[in-house]
Design a protein around this ligand. Structure first.
Ligand code: NAD
Ligand code: DAU
Length: 338
């Protein structure tokens, strides 16, 4: 296969490229990435000399640049996006540009170049929120109900991808997955922010009452799910991908991290809540298990241990991200209420 991976310098995209070149060593990968604040070529240092890997700096909204790379591949795995909910609340425009317009440009180009598979990476946030005191999960039949500019832009992109399949016959697949975590996770998201703050001796900011629930998926499990979909997934289908967690509230996630790192509850700091904060996410991944024989391999605690170990061993990687201009973002984002 000749793969075009968009957003391959980000968290999940870089994990995926490393996974793919290891498990499919004869395939070729072009990593097309604009290198926004979240794109970091240091994520791929260990594979940059691989002859089957090439990096092309470019924006998915740029038709000519997209056409140039699209003409050289047969398969697209589309990760590129603005991905952080809090940033979408303070500045939605880049989310509409990249997530909606950028996806549109890619679809047009994929059609023009008769791409044999366009796989779109999406999120469970398009389904909105589940109540805290229920056992319900997002299923194949759950209606879209996005609440943040981020999730609304991802929902729009999903609809466009389906429209290009239904209208023009573009061979697409979509996956909606839950919260990833693991190596190279950008330290603006909860788990890497918590681990790196603790390593720096800083408190961990917990939004609102801390009782929000996410479905945690180890990024390595996400990579095997995408592999299963690219290899055996049915054209036109959407697959829900989730982890092995059972309703762990954010505050409990932080407590487990503190326990593993040998620190106490004095490191927790409650801060103002996120506007429109979705209460609970949970994914029913039985369809992909039944049809493609995929299931997550890592327990939450095992993956959390591995992740903490990775951040402890790769201090330079995250210290460079958290230094300098980045501090300004943290100051604006976190005003303490208690
Ligand atoms: P990320 O923010 O870490 O990385 C995004 C990458 O896209 C960066 O390398 C960035 O430079 C690149 N990019 C942004 N705008 C671009 C543009 N206009 N043109 C080209 N490249 C551009 O994101 P992530 O966490 O790795 O998420 C990857 C994908 O997975 C996204 O589509 C996201 O919506 C989806 N997703 C993420 C999670 C999660 O928990 N992180 C969960 C579900 C779905
Ligand atoms: O569900 C999939 C989504 O998961 C992806 O589509 C998004 O790209 C990804 O960013 C992630 O979104 P979340 O908003 O769930 O992730 P985040 O790490 O920002 O927050 C996780 C939970 O932790 C959420 O309930 C908000 C809370 N939180 C977050 C931060 C950054 C805190 O309590 N404190 C924090 O400092």
């Amino acid at each position: 296969m000749r793969l075009l991976v968009t957003g391959g310098a980000g968290f999940i995209g870089s994990n995926f490229i490393r996974y793919w070149l290891t498990t499919h060593p004869d395939d070729q990968v072009i990593n097309f990435d604009a290198l926004t604040y979240a794109g970091n070529l240091e994520n791929l240092r260990d594979i940059e000399d691989n002859p089957n890997y090439e990096f092309v700096k470019g924006n998915i909204c740029d038709r000519d640049a997209v056409d140039a790379v699209m003409s050289r591949v047969d398969t697209v795995v589309h990760f590129a996006a603005e991905s952080h909910v809090d940033r979408s609340i303070s500045d939605p425009m880049p989310f509409i540009k990249t997530n909606v317009e950028g996806t549109f440009v890619l679809l047009e180009s994929a059609l023009k170049h008769s791409i044999s598979r366009f796989h779109h990476i999406s999120t469970d946030e398009v389904f909105g929120a589940l109540p805290l005191d229920s056992k319900r999960k997002f299923t194949d039949d759950t209606k879209y109900d996005p609440h943040s500019p981020y999730s609304a832009s991802k929902a729009a992109s999903d609809h466009l991808v389906r429209a290009y399949h239904d209208t023009y016959g573009l061979p697409v697949t979509i996956s909606n997955c839950s919260n990833n975590f693991g190596p190279y996770h950008f330290p603006e998201k909860l788990i890497p922010l918590a681990i790196t703050n603790i390593l720096e001796g800083k408190k961990v900011p917990v939004y609102g009452d801390g009782l929000y629930v996410r479905d945690w998926l180890y990024v390595k499990d996400h990579c095997t799910a995408i592999d299963a979909i690219l290899t055996n997934g049915k054209i036109g289908r959407t697959y829900l991908v989730g982890g092995l967690t059972e309703d762990i509230p954010n505050i409990e996630v932080i407590r487990r991290i503190l326990r593993i790192m040998g620190k106490g509850e004095e490191m927790i700091e409650y801060v103002k809540d996120r506007p429109g904060h979705d209460r609970r996410y949970a994914i029913d991944w039985t369809t992909i298990k039944r049809e493609l024989n995929w299931k997550p391999a890592y327990s939450f605690d095992q993956a959390l241990q591995e992740t903490i170990h990775w951040f402890e061993s790769n201090r330079q990687w995250w210290e460079r991200i958290k230094s300098g201009a980045y501090r300004e973002y943290y100051q604006n984002q976190y005003s303490v209420t208690e």
